[in-house]
Design a protein around this ligand. Structure first.
Ligand SMILES: NC(=O)c1ccc[n+]([C@@H]2O[C@H](COP(=O)([O-])OP(=O)(O)OC[C@H]3O[C@@H](n4cnc5c(N)ncnc54)[C@H](OP(=O)(O)O)[C@@H]3O)[C@@H](O)[C@H]2O)c1
Length: 261
């Protein structure tokens, strides 16, 4: 653990900071003067990022395990300067629900749902009492629909959106200035697709977002109090069409597309 930023006036804790969007959040927030607490399983990657940023606290933890989650939850509850929590750690799997190993699906629910719920609860208690702070839950455009071969991923991200939108309403109802956001990116260049052994050759270059652009859209949205942020014009259009299309048409299109794949 490297503890060189204990004195920073405001701190951010980022889960899944060892790669991709989480690492991009870390670089951007370090530039804005935040003291960082970086969480993921790969301690070596966290330490390398902490060195690159000139110092950060690192916490190696598996958030799909009770032990790892309890450790990070306790760290959040004990941090009076926590200004921002980014629940970003996540992963995808491939294959039909009934054919893939149940352990992967269970871990995904533990990470996307239970870890998000418990870390958000630990952070909000202090933030609401202090009257300042924010929570960003990194969801996905997958939250707005369903997709064969990706059922648990879509379901857990839909939960994340519903949970975040509910909290947003609850905080506003209570008159709290604390803000929450579901960040819903489309295809973003990170380690995500390699980790799930997904063949991305068929995805055209113009569909890919950059992780730093996703982070910039998220922080802009948080400053404006946007509870749901979809980065990029193309993905905004897709989400709008998904919301407009009647359910039977959406379902027929998904089955048609799924069979062709
Ligand atoms: N890339 C995309 O196209 C895309 C699109 C929409 C949404 N997202 C979402 O964006 C988030 C970040 O993913 P990414 O694209 O940046 O992928 P990534 O580069 O693979 O990063 C995923 C991060 O999650 C961490 N992680 C995974 N399982 C964990 C566990 N059990 N405990 C703690 N940390 C864990 C990984 O670190 P360790 O392996 O070191 O633990 C890594 O830092 C995810 O929630 C993903 O669903 C990604």
């Amino acid at each position: 653990m490297a503890n060189q930023q204990q004195t920073a006036a405001r701190k951010a804790l980022i889960t899944g900071a060892s790669s991709g969007i989480g690492a991009a959040f870390a670089r951007r927030l370090a530039g804005e003067g935040y003291g960082l607490i970086l969480v993921a399983r790969r301690a070596g990657k966290l330490d390398a990022l902490a060195r690159e940023l000139g110092g950060a606290e690192t916490l190696a933890a598996d958030l799909a395990s009770e032990e790892g989650l309890a450790c990070v939850e306790a760290r959040i509850a004990a941090e009076p300067a926590l200004q921002l929590l980014v629940n970003n750690a996540g992963f995808g799997t491939k294959g039909r629900f009934w054919e893939t190993a149940p352990e992967g699906q269970i871990s995904m629910h533990a990470l996307h749902v239970m870890a998000t719920l418990r870390l958000t609860r630990a952070a909000l208690a202090g933030m609401v009492a202090r009257g300042a702070g924010g929570v960003i839950n990194v969801s996905s455009v997958a939250a707005f629909g369903q997709s064969p071969g990706n059922v648990s991923y879509c379901a857990t991200k839909a939960w994340m959106n519903s949970f975040t939108e509910g909290l947003d309403l609850e905080l506003r109802t209570a008159g709290s200035p604390v803000r929450v956001q579901a960040l819903c990116p489309g295809f973003t260049v990170t380690g995500f697709h390699e980790a799930m052994e997904m063949d991305v050759k068929a995805i055209p270059a113009w569909m890919w977002l950059r992780a730093d652009a996703v982070v910039a859209a998220s922080l802009r949205g948080l400053a404006r109090g946007q509870a749901v942020v979809v980065p990029g014009a193309f993905y905004k259009l897709i989400v709008a069409l998904e919301k407009l299309a009647p359910r039977p048409i959406r379902s027929a299109a998904v089955v048609w597309g799924g069979r062709r794949r």
